[in-house]
Write a protein that binds this ligand. Structure first.
Ligand SMILES: [Zn+2]
Ligand SMILES: [Zn+2]
Length: 540
């Protein structure tokens, strides 16, 4: 039986709800640089939207920026002006942009992230929560919460255990927060961040009163005017009800039994009268073994990804894996990820067969949800990322024009093509650029090398070593492909009875002036042929 991609199952469930309009939701707090882990829910939603579209269903994809949340700390490693810590406790949308280029701190980090989304193939409607909270729908949700606070507390008590207020029987929990009109804070930070709550209200007069926990100011005003916010569990739920959300993915910690999602659904149904969305739970994407944490400065952003790798490769990294499986990413894996993406493309166009454990149908689905922009109608000729990693390091001896022409001729040959289309050439150029950035920032020592322009300092010993170097010269002059060339060099050393390590070292010494280097065949192909031959001859 054909095994299709998991996104089909999510689409089936969404469609079985029979919603009049299909609304897909995601959200993120712009508390600092937003890392690629946040793309997991974005991509699940983007894949779902594409799958629905394939079946002829339109959907609305909203991305809520939680800009009205308080800033709780300054992320490690973020350079901010002196006394910036004084802003802690203000809504992120009220904190100035430390870099001075956007309307606020929230806008700076949100817009960096949003600016990448189109390049990554998704186009959500962006909604800033500090604006949403001034709208009538949100004000009405706050009125509903205050009117039905007793019921809400009762529901919450079932989910929140170990809470002192709940256990002592004096449950005066209240999810309505307020921005102080005097000091601008929505929370204060003594030891921990404590929310600024409304103390009393009169729904007949539509009024609230508060005493600011940060500055002691006593304020009052109309619900329609005072800047109010719901604390996050209720905030989440209110938005489900307002937008009639069909599906919202959430991290696995929120999706555990009796967790935030369960409570949210009950609040949504009983307080706001809406059935709530379909939940899709997902596992973390970590940077190696480390959780990506904005406040600790452990981060790798989509913008950084796009500097070193194609957008489709990030979609591939995330969408090739079941949502409930953990993804561990490290930047030094990028060449592998891009190779796997290229392989997926070849399988999609039947230029390569899937392995015995892979399903062609799954991979065809996966390819469709990874493509950014127009779907290719035939197999595009791609410059292998690994080859790019080698050639870009040869700029100093080949010159940049030669790096480009070498890359083009290599790609043509690899794909049995006479020429490349304009699109293929421009993709190839951007791969070279990405590989150059990757080498500079992330390449492990084993993939990095410098070409020595000096004459090699060693000589091959007479006999087998000299014969080996001569055979490599002959092989370089033949027109072998990469795999054949690598194999032929290997066989030559073996047949001459040479120690393989020593034999390869000799060639690296001749070419690079160092004992090790990148895989030999791609290096030899990337180099200027006569230059390589002259270097090899110099050790004879
Ligand atoms: Zn800015
Ligand atoms: Zn205040």
């Amino acid at each position: 039986m054909a095994e299709y991609h998991w996104v089909r199952g999510i689409a089936d469930e969404v469609l079985s709800r029979g919603d009049e309009e299909i609304v897909i939701h995601t959200g993120k707090t712009p508390s600092g640089p937003i890392h690629i882990g946040a793309e997991r829910e974005q991509f699940i939603c983007s894949a779902l939207q594409r799958e629905l579209e394939r079946r002829g269903f339109q959907s609305r994809f909203n991305f809520i920026i939680d800009s009205f949340d308080p800033i709780k700390s300054i992320p490690a490693g973020l350079e901010v002006p002196k006394d910036f810590g004084d802003h802690i406790g203000k809504p992120l949308s009220d904190v100035p942009d430390p870099f001075g280029c956007h309307a606020s701190y929230a806008h700076h980090f949100a817009e960096e992230f949003i600016g990448c989304q189109g390049r990554l193939g998704l186009y959500p409607n962006v909604i800033y929560s500090h604006e949403l909270y001034m709208k009538k729908e949100m004000k009405d949700a706050i009125r509903t919460v205050l009117a039905r606070l007793g019921e809400l507390r009762e529901i919450r008590r079932k989910y929140i255990q170990g809470d002192e207020e709940v256990n002592s029987g004096t449950d005066d929990w209240n999810p309505v927060m307020v921005v102080c009109e005097r000091c601008g804070k929505i929370a204060s930070k003594k030891k921990e961040v404590a929310p600024n709550k409304v103390d009393s209200w009169d729904l007949q007069r539509d009024e609230v009163k508060y005493r600011c926990v940060a500055c002691g100011h006593e304020g009052k005003g109309k619900i329609s005017d005072v800047r109010l916010k719901l604390s996050w569990r209720v905030d989440w739920t209110a938005k489900w009800a307002i937008f009639k959300v069909s599906c919202e993915p959430a991290g696995k910690d929120h999706c555990v039994k009796d967790g935030a999602y369960d409570m949210g659904i009950e609040v949504c149904q009983k307080i706001f009268g809406y059935k709530g969305p379909l939940r899709v739970s997902y596992e973390w994407l970590t940077l190696g073994e480390h959780a990506m944490k904005t406040h600790k400065g452990i981060t790798f952003t989509p913008l950084e990804w796009l500097r070193v790798a194609p957008p489709e490769a990030l979609r591939y990294l995330i969408l090739s894996v079941d949502p409930m499986r953990h993804i561990s990413f490290l930047p030094d894996r990028i060449p592998d990820i891009v190779d796997n993406l290229d392989r997926l493309e070849r399988i999609r166009f039947r230029a390569e067969a899937p392995s015995g454990t892979e399903s062609q149908e799954f991979l065809d689905d996966l390819y469709r949800i990874c493509v950014v922009g127009e779907m290719p109608s035939s197999l595009p000729a791609r410059l292998p990322y690994r080859f790019a990693v080698t050639t870009v390091q040869l700029g100093s001896i080949l010159g940049e024009d030669k790096v480009l022409s070498k890359s083009i001729s290599y790609t043509e040959k690899l794909n049995n093509r006479q020429s490349l289309s304009d699109k293929e050439v421009s993709d190839l150029k951007s791969r070279l650029e990405m590989a150059r950035n990757w080498v500079a920032s992330y390449a492990p020592p084993s993939l990095k090398f410098k070409i020595s322009l000096e004459t090699p300092s060693i000589k091959a010993s007479p006999g087998a070593e000299q014969m080996f170097v001569e055979s490599v010269i002959a092989l370089v002059r033949s027109d072998l492909g990469e795999a054949e060339l690598q194999n032929a060099i290997f066989e030559s050393a073996k047949s001459l009875g040479l120690d393989l390590g020593k034999a390869f070292k000799l060639i690296y010494m001749a070419l690079l002036g160092s004992e090790r280097g990148p895989r030999l065949a791609p290096l030899l192909i990337a180099l200027d042929r006569e230059w390589a031959v002259s270097k090899l001859k110099a050790v004879l």
